[in-house]
Ligand binder design. Structure first.
Ligand code: GLN
Ligand code: ZN
Length: 759
């Protein structure tokens, strides 16, 4: 008989209890015992959810106060000296690594593969001796045993741990030693009565070199040699290629988990390579998205597996940990019944698992009966006018190649724009948002709660805009912004005004530590019923003679930061969003905006994990940006903004965006990326961030000046703008004012200085 399993569960709490408790603990209002108690009850609730749904195998050890990668590094003693080294223990040391303290920097954070979850990057130091510290895993295992739940400890494996750490150019030299610690761990789990363990090695899907695969093969041969319990090797987020499968096929694992949602095409090769007698854990329920599973499609895959290896060797599972989805769709009473019936959050996915397990065993007639409800919902969703807006589909269908191009080449456009805008050299500007003060947040809250009227709120926002405009005029900035006080979030703000988006009430997912996001649910065809930003722009422009930028979020970023529909390719959804934002571009231009900025903060995040898939993504993502901006007249200047500095391999794509001006993060990397633009002969203008907004530290005028001077050694002055790295919404007013004053002063000094000759 097939069994069911879950790789991991959300841990922040259905009501974000962990967030509340963590933040209270950090603020000193609850003790560590109280925090531990909250955590314990969250774990107990998770075990109950899994067992209550009738799922056979629950994960244990996947709970973390802050991040599982950090816990894994602690488990094997890879803790930085400044965070207490391998001896560190207790919550204070743990949170020191997460959050730092005066003079002690925390671990760096980065995105977990292509998810929006951020993990803490372990640091490898010279002379670090890995050693086992299994207390957390063992005590959580005992909790599960005491609750009478069959639990499988889940850990991140040694290969993924080392390859995602920093501080050692040759991390795999540590693999052999680390594997001995993992061997001790398996022994400890077996001693504690665990019948099996799950070792996550998602790095295996990224396409590893032969050298790395050899190291992996050697390490796992040793790890599994004489193993005292069953081992599941878990992979997810993409496919295992032939060479990786060849190695896995020769390992004495008991079960292999693969992601058949992201990479259904790997099923054939996986079945062919699966070690004889090993089970296949088939990830057929999307652990990254919120939609009810198409059970017939899932059963096609499962039936195929059963035919190939028999139901006894099948485990049915979500594609990856459920960490990336919210808890319960049933709870979303604010959504209409139809839409809610299309959704499956964590709890609904558990129910789907057991339903699939029953359907596998069922006769065709029983199966029809089991699936009748799900099939009805699926067909309603497929045929609903909300997912099939004829006007939207017609518009996409009529697109021609030329609809993606502006009418005039960039050189001629820039000349027309210079004529129109009459800006000084090194024009100064900001990226869009100004400090989101407590006042702004409480006005928004009161407005949402209905205690502040629409007129009152609008009045308040006008006051904020007027203030931001006045500040910018006083500072002497050249190109102004309205400050975005009306936007809670750069995606949500647009999603709320577009058709095709819905907003959950409880749909929080962990982003990092105690931070959560509540992504919009993009369920249907997207269109823009009415202008979204024009009135605010008009008001802001009416207050100044200087150019006021129209500010929009680009289609790729809106796509990337939403739960996206799974019933059509992402590219198609993105094209619909592009057309909706394009409508706004046209309206802003018609209202008189001379500059329109289309932010694409998340363009690079969407990059597929495997190199061979990246070009196709970049091609359509860039196309969608181009489509958004295409109707802008030549004399309208299109800006874009991106919050990162890794442009080396992306530069030709960035050029294909065909934006007139691009602002980027650059201050932390010392303007290095400008060499890439220079070597490419990049035709557009560039605003390399001259100060880091991520820190409250105010840069001195000299610092900004020298960054600008540095920029001018790489690019012509008339190609450069002067601006911060990113939006200012997380900063306070005093530091913002001072930093911008220094930016304006430094720019003025540079304008006096002799034009540098780019090296
Ligand atoms: N215009 C946005 C802001 O200034 C851009 C934010 C971002 O790049 N993440 O806040
Ligand atoms: Zn940014």
């Amino acid at each position: 008989m097939a069994r069911t399993a879950v790789l991991g569960l959300p841990r922040i709490g259905a009501d974000r209890e962990l967030k509340t408790a963590l933040e209270a603990h950090w603020a000193g209002t609850i003790t560590s015992d109280e925090l531990q108690e909250v955590a314990r009850s969250l774990r107990a609730a998770n075990l109950q959810r899994v067992a209550g749904a009738g799922v056979d195998v629950a994960p244990v050890g996947d709970f973390a106060f802050y991040d599982l990668m950090l816990d894994t590094a602690e488990l094997v003693g890879l803790v930085a000296e400044r965070h207490g080294g391998a001896e560190a223990s207790g919550l204070p040391a743990h949170f020191l690594a997460c959050r730092g303290a005066a003079g002690i920097t925390p671990l760096e954070m980065t995105k977990w593969f292509d998810t929006n979850y951020h993990f803490l990057v372990p640091e490898l130091e010279d002379g670090q001796q890995p050693r086992l510290r299994a207390d957390k895993w063992l005590s959580h295992l005992r909790e599960a045993q005491a609750a009478g739940v069959t639990a499988r400890p889940a850990v991140i494996g040694p290969l993924t741990l080392l390859l995602l750490s920093k501080g050692d150019d040759a991390p795999l030299n540590r693999l052999a030693e680390l594997v001995e610690v993992y061997r001790d761990l398996l022994a400890a789990f077996a001693d504690a009565g665990a019948p099996e363990v799950q070792i996550d090695e998602p790095i295996l899907v990224t396409g590893l070199s032969d050298d790395v695969l050899r190291a992996f093969s050697r390490a796992y041969a040793r790890l599994l040699d004489g193993k005292p319990l069953e081992v599941t090797l878990a992979t997810y987020f993409d496919r295992l290629d032939e060479s990786t499968l060849a190695v896995i096929g020769s390992l004495p694992i008991d079960e292999l988990h693969v992601d058949l949602v992201r990479a259904p095409g790997q099923l054939g090769p996986v079945l062919a390579a699966l070690p004889s007698n090993a089970r296949l854990s088939a990830g057929v329920i999307d652990g990254r998205n919120v939609w009810a599973t198409d059970l017939d499609a899932a059963l096609d895959k499962l039936d195929k597996i059963v035919r190939a290896i028999g139901a006894d060797r099948l485990t049915i599972a979500p594609s990856c940990s459920l960490l990336h989805v919210p808890y319960s769709a049933a709870r979303e009473q604010g959504l209409d019944d139809e839409l809610r019936s299309w959704l499956a959050f964590g709890e609904e996915k558990l129910a789907e698992l057991t339903l699939l397990a029953r359907a596998i065993e069922a006769t065709p007639a029983q199966r029809d009966e089991l699936l009748v409800e799900a099939r009805t919902r699926a067909s309603e969703r497929r045929t609903s006018p909300r997912t099939n807006d004829i006007a939207v589909r017609g518009r996409v269908g009529r697109l021609q190649l030329t609809d993606y191009d502006r009418t005039t080449p960039i050189e001629a456009r820039l000349r027309e724009q210079a004529e129109r805008l009459q800006l000084p050299p090194l024009p100064t500007t900001t990226i869009g948002s100004f400090p989101q003060t407590g006042d702004i947040r409480s006005a928004r809250r009161e407005h949402r709660a209905g205690t502040l009227s629409d007129e009152g709120y609008e009045q308040f926002l006008r006051g904020e805009i007027a203030h931001v405009v006045r500040e910018q005029e006083d500072l002497g900035l050249d190109v102004l912004v309205h400050g975005e006080p009306e936007r809670n979030d750069m995606v949500e703000y647009f999603g709320e005004q577009l058709d095709g988006f819905a907003f959950s009430q409880w749909g929080w997912v962990q982003s990092y530590g105690s931070r959560c996001v509540k992504p919009p649910i993009l369920f249907g065809d997207v269109s823009r019923p009415a202008a979204m930003t024009v009135a605010w722009w008009q008001y802001a422009q009416s207050l100044t003679a200087k150019p006021m930028k129209g500010m929009l979020t680009g289609p790729v970023t809106i796509l990337q930061w939403s739960f996206v529909r799974d019933d059509q390719p992402r590219r198609e959804t993105c094209t619909q969003i592009a057309l909706a934002i394009q409508d706004e571009v046209v309206d802003l231009e018609r209202a008189g905006a001379a500059i329109i900025q289309i932010d694409e903060a998340a363009l690079r995040e969407g990059l597929p994990l495997r190199a061979e898939d990246q070009d196709a993504y970049v091609a359509w993502a860039i196309d969608c940006f181009r489509l958004t901006a295409a109707p802008a007249r030549p004399e309208t200047q299109v800006h874009t903004h991106m919050c990162y500095s890794e442009f080396a391999e992306m530069i030709e794509h960035i050029a294909r965006l065909d934006a007139d001006v691009i602002s980027l993060e650059a201050s932390r990397s010392g303007m290095e990326l400008l060499e890439v633009f220079r070597d490419f002969d990049y035709p557009g203008q560039i605003g390399p961030g001259v100060y880091d907004i991520h820190s409250p530290r105010v840069p001195t005028t000299d610092e900004v000046e020298s960054l600008l001077a540095l920029a001018e050694t790489r690019l012509d002055r008339d190609q450069l703008w002067s601006n911060p790295d990113c939006g200012l919404k997380t900063r306070g007013w005093p530091e913002t004012r001072e930093a911008l004053r220094h930016l304006v002063e430094a720019t003025a000094r540079r304008r006096q200085a002799k034009v540098a000759i780019p090296a």
